[in-house]
Design a protein around this ligand. Sequence first.
Ligand SMILES: [Zn+2]
Length: 422
Amino acid sequence: MIIGLDDTDSRNGMCTTYLAAVLIEKLENYGTVPGYPLLIRLNPSIKYKTRGNAALAITFEPSNDVDTSQVKALVIETVEEMAVFSDENTNPGVVFIEDSREKLCTDLRVFSMQAVQDVLEIEQAEELMGRHGISYQGFKNGRGLIGALAAAGFGLCGLPDFTYELVAYREIENRGTLRKIDEDSVWDAAGTPDTWDTVDYENKSIVFAPHSPDPILFGIRGGSEEAVRHAFSKTRSEPVERHVVYRTNQNTDMHLVRANVRDVQDSRSYILDGIVSKPPKTIEGGHVIFGISDNGAYMDCAAFEPTKGFRNIIRHLRSGDEVTVFGSVNDGTLNLEKIRIRSLDNYVLRNPLCCGKRMKSMGKGQGFRCVRCGAVKKDREVGIVGRKIEPGFYEVPSCARRHLSKPLVRYPELRLLRAHIP
Ligand SMILES: [Zn+2]
């Protein structure tokens, strides 16, 4: 059986992953939980999300003497006990998938990807579950059924790409207080190969622990269970109530869809090729905005203030540079997660030089005249401008990374190129 869970958390207190961690412990009294529980991040631009927009899937094999209706009752009881029903944005959903027919995966694969890349309605989840006889329980408006079914779908049909996160949870009596974590040990743990985003080297800060009152003490992200466990063993902190290693679609770029600028829609995330057509400008709040064009279609792109030093790269772009941008689109603006500068336009047209000065234009199409010696020239000259950036991939620092965004350390083919990134 695969159990999908979503939308049980609130902005101030619970977290769906903690509910899953507690549920796993309860389930182990009735059978086994093989493999890894899945932590699935859904479309980051959805307006209805609670916080990180995370859904969970747990694979469960009941013992021979256990009836599945008992298991379902246990899961529903745990959600009723732990979910934050008082929060108007918390609308839990629980889904139980009990068979693995091929036909089911054909439909579910599409649905699960749509939950990460697109915008789905509750009715679409209900229709699919009704058609395949999947049992479920929605609470309040039932919006959580979308994520619960999507997560269960990945549990049944597999994730095309994945990473791991070890999440450590706090003792009840410590929740809501300042987290006690030994900083030196965190910097040491952060050096573990094949882990990332424990610290932000560029901004010299620790980024693996939240500051909210929720039960999470910290989370360690990496490419294997061994890597995240190794970093965990080096981290000294207040007592850990429990910890779970999740397999996850975090840091995979699963939310990004390759598209043309003219086909872009709000609330979705893209990889777009374009040519810089409006040079970068820093606006109030320290955000840097520039525009790209592709076949006559135009798109604003933003490196917002929290992306810190990444903005310094963006500020050096010029009109004519060829780029590929990666990020989510909201209110017609792409929020940059990464950029690949494919080529720089280093050429500039200047009035011709004479007698040590630039010649003066005599009017449109009339050529240029030297104010000192009177010489006349017909055309402007091509000059070369010095640039402070080079072609290559650039990403936001760890402190500004979104859950789904794939860090450059996960591009093995880029390891050489990274040597050139300032
Ligand atoms: Zn002259």
